[in-house]
Design a binder for this molecule. Sequence first.
Ligand SMILES: [Mg+2]
Length: 172
Amino acid sequence: MLLKNFLPKKQVKSVLNIDPKVLKEHGIKAIITDLDNTLVEWDRPSAPPKLIQWFQNMKKHDIKVTIVSNNSETRVKTFADPLGIPFLYKARKPLGRAFRQALEMMNVKKEETVVIGDQLLTDVFGGNRSGFYTILVVPVAQSDGFVTKFNRKLERQMMGWFKKKGYLTWED
Ligand SMILES: [Mg+2]
């Protein structure tokens, strides 16, 4: 069924609820994460203390993280550089190229990697079609950039359908 390509494997309210120990139990060694409205609000330039801790906790447990964003170099670099987190910008998700590049950068296999994001059309669909385990998070902010606003409408319709079918249940 076509719509299932947009269905995440798991849903959580925040990336902060993603625990490196649980990932490791499932053989996960790496994270490919979206930036805007997944890690922080799309218009927030840098990471708040809790998120910095989350990155440190991942590092402590040997979980590698790469930020893969469709946004501009300036936006992604400004956020990621102070954290020392590798990143790819203008990734053109849902296309698979940036995901493959991130795997190469981290030297891991896709079976060992989760894709995290707040959008069904780019993050989840992109991750699914490239064969990753996908985790959807609730968008950090309700507002969006221009292109995303357009996608959100379609997304809301799909979400409604998934909920009706009982496919979508938010976990803490
Ligand atoms: Mg996003």
